[in-house]
Design a protein around this ligand. Structure first.
Ligand code: SF4
Ligand code: SF4
Length: 408
């Protein structure tokens, strides 16, 4: 695609990056076939190709309207289009740049500003999130039905295993996950213990920065990222093998640290090292040659929902499914597995109507073959699916723990 970006933009690294991404798009439209919002709305401007065109106009200095922002807001950042695109267009990066520019040139109404600010100031802070959740649970009976259904049940946690192995890995504690589903990281520690690996928690590192980044608060995201790098650094110097991430949404973000800080004089090298160490837990388990009795069939059928961040963001399609099958579970068929469930970070709060349509479609697809359990790999999807599912929704690593560490 030919571009004519503003000269002032082309003098910045971000402008140059956007220009190169725009030029890689040949406008073929293959991506529209797998875009969830285009499927629901049928509007070219709610397709990847349409949004790329809108971003091009913004970066070329054309007037920006609330309508431009609406079409960008409706994007799930699911990156299904990236998986489909034959030209390798880095859409996820382009939409981040486009959104930041649009945010600077338009103004939102008070309700939108307040909601977005509240999300940035609550979700990344486990203490604040837990306080509000406990308060909500206390007054649950008085809450409107829509909100009542969204209230997650806080798990009763198992103890963290006390072990001392030569092989050591660090885990990202996470923000929402450590409040709502703390057993995910505990199950991870138990499974890794079984494989002879000690998992170290560093509770100071909470949010990965994704919430701020995706709400176009880039400076706030970079501050979080730099703080995380500083907090992790002594473990890196002590020779940890990997930074294990159990929420695929956070995994994409930490693997992007290198790119987000590539022009930072002080942090560029450190960020690259951190991104190289970051591994989704499925990558770790798949690489371990653990011996499991393949003849042990578990009498539980599982429908696996592969989060967009796992299959499109991290490009780890099919990895979890193989692990679950290896430890003895029977997986049920799930149609349209490439489509988003509508959770998409803060999307379910900011775009509730579209999110609900996607959720209903996803739940129907997951439940069609009557699984006993639905498993996923990202806390956002886990909580979102739980609002409508009849079956329990678990992180897949908890199922592996049940299969290979029966004593826990
Ligand atoms: S993003 Fe890729 S698939 Fe979509 S129009 Fe551009 S080149 Fe074609
Ligand atoms: S990220 Fe998802 S919703 Fe956004 S344009 Fe791409 S496919 Fe569509």
């Amino acid at each position: 695609m030919q571009t004519n970006l503003l000269k002032s933009l082309l003098e910045t690294p971000q402008g140059q990056e956007a220009d190169s991404i725009l030029r890689s798009c040949v406008h073929c439209g293959f991506c529209t076939a797998t875009c969830p919002t285009y499927q629901l709305l049928g509007d070219e401007l709610d397709s990847p190709r349409g949004r790329i065109y809108l971003i091009k106009q913004v970066l070329e200095g054309e007037p920006v309207s609330d309508k431009t922002r609406l079409h960008l807001d409706r994007c799930l950042t699911c990156r299904s289009c990236e998986t489909t695109c034959p030209s390798g267009v880095k859409y996820g990066r382009l939409i981040d740049i486009g959104r930041e520019m649009v945010e600077q040139q338009t103004s939102r109404n008070l309700l939108e500003r307040t909601t977005r600010y509240a999300l940035r100031k609550i979700i990344p802070y486990p203490e604040r999130f837990a306080f509000l959740l406990n308060l909500g649970n206390l007054f649950k009976a008085a809450l409107p039905v829509a909100l009542k259904n969204k209230m997650p049940v806080i798990q009763i946690t198992e103890p963290w295993p006390v072990v001392d192995h030569k092989r050591k890995m660090l885990v990202l504690a996470g923000c929402v996950q450590q409040t709502v589903s703390a057993n995910t990281n505990i199950a991870t520690a138990n499974v890794l213990n079984k494989l002879g690996i000690e998992l170290i928690q560093q509770k100071e590192v909470k949010c990965c920065g994704a919430v701020s980044q995706h709400l176009s608060a880039t400076d706030e995201a970079l501050t979080t990222i730099k703080r995380n790098i500083d907090n992790w650094w002594h473990h890196v110097n002590n020779g940890i093998e990997a930074i294990v991430i159990t929420a695929s949404g956070c995994g994409v973000m930490v693997k992007d640290y290198a790119q987000l800080l590539e022009h930072d004089e002080y942090y560029a090298l450190k960020a690259r090292r951190i991104s190289n160490l970051a591994k989704d837990i499925s990558e770790i388990i798949a690489a371990e040659n653990f011996d499991h009795n393949k003849s042990t069939k578990i009498n539980t059928s599982v429908a696996f929902h592969s989060p967009c961040t796992l299959q499109h963001g991290l490009q780890l399609n099919g990895v979890v499914e193989k692990i679950l099958t290896k430890v003895g579970y029977t997986l049920t068929q799930v149609s349209d597995g490439h489509l988003c469930c509508g959770s998409a970070g803060t999307y379910s709060v900011l775009q509730p109507k579209l999110s609900k349509q996607l959720l209903n479609n996803k739940i129907s697809a997951l439940q069609k073959n009557r699984p006993d359990i639905i498993a996923t790999a990202n806390i956002g999807c886990q909580m979102h699916l739980a609002t409508e599912s009849k079956q329990p929704i678990m992180h897949w690593i908890e199922l592996v723990e049940m299969a290979i560490c029966p004593a826990n």
